[in-house]
Ligand binder design. Structure first.
Ligand code: SAM
Length: 482
């Protein structure tokens, strides 16, 4: 039996089943120890420093105690601190992106995914480079600047060369004032050599969902194909980092296994990346299992309700304060509205989850990966964010200025966000308003920009930002950044 070792590079040692079970037993035994719960909450709270703000984060054990605690007062406090952390490190900005499905050819047998290889009735489709270009133009015409590309795993139909070619195509399209400035990649676990190629192609974050950290379940849920190899999949982020990618995105597909087990595994994974590479995950996604072609979520026993889902999100926020949290359009407007106050920092908008979906007038369902709950247009999502007190941000500056990995984390901690990310968010929002927004959204947006501009503390930055905003509006200039 392997020993628990967060620094090990072997999956069974850094995601250690025995340690998770002990953690869950400890959390169950201490969940009503309110003095302990208070100490953990105090530890999680942001502390002001001379130069900014720091947060201690929580260990997987501490965070698991909070997740198990059901005391209504303490749960309320968790939400309050989650919001405090979010505001301290990310402000009221919410970064926007869209998924782009390249291919649904897949050789894996994932039992929860409609792309599984034995699904014979889903049409298989792979975009040609011409089609990629058309999809990117459609996305640019909506106003998107940041994409997450998605693909099934199929070494013959979607080899790494195909993915790299698609990335080159995406970056090469400049339609009207549009451009895609950051491509994140969500493809199956691969080799260090391929990760290096992705890095060289200029990707932002490499995203790979663990699906479940429970090895036995993992093996049953992925009965066939290369993804069946739990260790290869779980160790993927270490290979990605060895290949030079320093922004990686974790995630669990909630609904497959018991959520407390998954939560402990997820935080342990973050601790492992921190221990080995000196930098935790850039993002954590919290997808929930959805209905899809050939997939009935009721067939899975571990679905979680909206309250539990919100609590998990808040506890992630407390445990890993510098990691962005992503919520997709798998969730409805109502759920997304609630989660915005639990520490979420990125949302997708106007998404289509089918291969070639953005160029169709009607939302196609034939090759969809999951049912999209939030079917609003990007314009509606942008307006909704602003009306609920947030700044929709299309900013991609950090990654383009080389502020990735621990350099991004330092920016977070330095208290410079209001002098850097805040004006960048306003300038990219202004581009969106001028180029793509409806008159109503434009009107709301310009009022938001005017109000938010006053919050930039540094006078010089405030002046330059105001000048740049005027040049975006009046002179057709684009792509300013701090
Ligand atoms: N093929 C790649 C892999 O195996 O990791 C990644 C891309 S897959 C298109 C993206 C993610 O969608 C999967 O990691 C999974 O978590 C999620 N997914 C699959 N089926 C789903 C469903 N029925 N409902 C919600 N999400 C689902």
């Amino acid at each position: 039996m392997a020993n628990y070792d967060p620094k090990s590079l072997i999956a069974d040692e850094f995601i250690h089943d025995g340690e998770i079970r002990e953690t869950l037993a400890y959390a169950e035994a201490h969940k009503d120890d309110l003095a302990l719960v208070d100490r953990i909450l105090e530890k999680a709270r942001p502390q002001r420093t001379a130069t900014g703000c720091v947060c201690a984060g929580l260990t997987h054990r501490e965070a698991s105690v909070l997740l198990a605690c059901e005391d209504p007062e303490k749960v309320k406090k968790m939400y309050e601190i989650a919001e405090e952390i979010k505001l301290a490190f990310y402000g009221n900005r919410i970064v926007i992106f869209a998924p782009l499905y390249l291919s649904n050819y897949c050789v894996n047998g994932c039992v929860y995914c409609p792309y599984h290889s034995v699904n014979r009735h889903i049409p298989r489709k792979k975009l040609t480079q011409e089609e990629v270009r058309a999809e990117v133009i459609a996305l640019q015409d909506m106003g998107h600047k940041r994409l997450a590309i998605e693909s099934g795993e199929d070494p013959v139909n979607n080899p790494i060369e195909y993915i790299l070619e698609c990335i080159r195509t995406i970056y090469s399209v400049h339609h009207k004032n549009g451009d895609i400035r950051r491509v994140n990649v969500n493809i199956a676990a691969t080799t260090v050599e391929n990760y290096r190629k992705l890095k060289e192609a200029g990707i932002g974050t490499y995203i790979l969902f663990q699906e479940t950290y429970h090895k036995e379940s993992y093996l049953q849920l992925h009965p066939t194909g290369p993804k069946h190899d739990y260790n290869y999949h779980t160790e993927a982020m270490d290979r990605a980092m060895a290949g030079g990618i320093d922004d990686v995105g974790l995630g669990v597909l909630f609904g497959l296994e018991r959520y407390k087990y998954e939560f402990a595994g997820l935080i342990m994974h973050a601790e492992h990346l921190e221990a080995v590479h000196g930098v935790g995950p850039h993002t954590i996604s919290v997808p929930r299992l959805k209905r899809a072609d050939d997939i009935d979520p009721d067939q899975f026993d571990n679905g979680i309700d909206d309250d539990t889902f919100a609590k998990i999100t808040a506890c992630i926020r407390l445990a890993v304060p510098y990691t962005g949290i992503i919520i997709s359009t798998r969730e409805s407007e109502t759920v997304r509205s609630r989660l915005l106050n639990c520490g979420v920092s990125q949302v997708s908008g106007g998404s289509r989850t089918s291969v070639g979906g953005y160029t169709q007038t009607q939302r196609p369902h034939d090759t969809e990966q999951f049912d999209v709950s939030d079917q609003r247009t990007l314009d509606e999502v942008v307006r909704w964010l602003m009306e609920s007190g947030h700044i929709p941000s299309f900013c991609t500056a950090c990654y383009r200025a080389g502020r990735t990995g621990d350099r991004f984390m330092s920016l977070c901690k330095s208290g410079q966000i209001l002098n850097c990310c805040h004006p960048n968010a306003l300038m990219t929002l202004c581009e969106y308003l001028v180029d793509y927004a409806s008159p109503e959204t434009r009107q709301t947006g310009f009022a938001v920009i005017e109000k938010e501009l006053r919050r930039i503390p540094n006078e010089k930055v405030r002046r330059v930002a105001a000048e740049n905003l005027a040049r975006i509006k009046n002179d057709g200039c684009r792509d300013f950044r701090f």
